[in-house]
Ligand binder design. Structure first.
Ligand code: PEP
Ligand code: MN
Length: 346
């Protein structure tokens, strides 16, 4: 923390600020400047409370935090990348580009089994499908709940795919954890702190989607909640943010992937389906995800998108998904080379 005093602050005022800083358990590292004194502060404590208290003092010009407000998820805390190992030997954040695919919602046994078999054949290793759906309208389909989870289990047993599915409430964490290999936190719940804390204690990997109006810092702070409560297995997901642009459902912040890779050791995946809202745009953004160094993709694909209960317009047909996977192969080969080169330099 750095505290800048107002010009010509008196010795007594400087001392009163130092005293306040010490009251919060911090140490004064250095006091510099004559006209405008700047106080360097080090130590561990409640930074937010200390900053607010100092800024409330008349003689203080500005109090600023220097280190990142998130600790466990930052690169400073851990230099090596986090690799998350789940069912079927799937590793997220490792040497394989991981593709998670499936319908937006679990709708029926036939629909989820057909999706699972097809996406597995095309090379996906994780099946997606929502059993609890966060819908903007309370009158829209809310998901099949536990019945949907049971169908996901069936598909997992039949194909060997791992399962990623959304959990919307802390009350449902124990139930969803019985079926899911990765617990998905949806964009609308990124700052549901009760849910994040419970997921911190649940022991299953978590995929945290970026809130539609959230900054990268806020996304990392939400991840910090989960890690600080005991669960280091967090995957971050860029899924587009809300901007003035209307040509796409959301605006894909493709730069978020390399930005996150600079700031955190956690794996990062991209969701080109929610980021665009249009199936025709999904392959291009998937290529972009590989190129910018994402650890994987989560893509919506459906046996018959025209009949999908949710997100049909952005869901690929299963044969389109297959073609996209084939087209991605060359890009993924380059991705692997880049990963190996990176590993060799660490
Ligand atoms: C979803 O994955 O189907 C979903 C609802 O995503 P998001 O939370 O990103 O809107
Ligand atoms: Mn969806």
């Amino acid at each position: 923390m750095i505290v800048s005093m107002k010009r010509f602050a008196t010795k007594a005022e400087i001392e009163s600020v130092c005293e306040r800083i010490r009251d919060f358990g911090y140490k004064i590292h250095a006091i510099e400047g004559e006209e405008r004194v700047v106080i360097g502060v080090v130590g561990v404590g409640d930074v937010t409370a200390c900053l607010e208290s100092l800024e409330a003092m008349e003689c203080v010009e500005k109090a600023m935090r220097i280190s990142a407000p998130y600790k466990f998820v930052s690169k400073e805390f851990r230099r090596t990348r986090t690799i998350i190992r789940i069912h079927g030997g799937v590793e997220i954040g490792g040497d394989e580009f991981v593709v998670m695919a499936g319908p937006c919602s679990v709708e029926s046994e036939k629909q989820i089994m057909e999706s699972a078999e097809a996406v597995a054949r095309s090379g996906a290793t994780v099946l997606r499908g929502g059993a609890f759906k966060p819908r903007t309208s309370p009158y829209d389909f809310q998901g099949m709940a536990e019945e949907g989870l049971k169908l996901l289990r069936k598909a997992r047993e039949a194909t060997g795919l791992a399962i990623v599915t959304e959990v919307m409430s802390d009350n449902d964490v124990a139930l969803v954890a019985e079926y899911a290999d990765i617990m998905q936190v949806g964009a609308r719940n990124m700052q549901n702190f009760a849910l994040l804390k419970t997921l911190g204690k649940c022991g299953r990997a978590v995929m945290l989607k970026r809130g539609m109006s959230s900054t990268i810092k806020e996304l990392l702070m939400s991840a910090e909640y989960i890690v600080a409560h005991g669960n280091p297995n967090v995957i971050l997901c860029e899924r587009g943010i809300r901007t003035f642009e209307t040509a796409t459902r959301n605006t894909c912040d493709i730069a978020a992937v390399p930005v996150l890779n600079e700031l955190t050791h956690l794996p990062v995946v991209l969701d080109p389906s929610h980021a665009t809202g249009k199936r025709s745009l999904v392959p291009a953004l998937s290529r972009a995800a590989v190129a910018v160094g994402s650890d994987g993709l989560i893509v919506e694909a459906h046996p018959c998108p025209e009949k999908a209960i949710s997100d049909g317009a952005q869901s690929l047909h299963l044969d389109e998904f297959d073609r996209m996977m084939r087209d991605l192969k060359g890009y993924i080969a380059l991705w692997k080379e880049a990963r190996q080169a990176m590993a060799a330099t660490v």
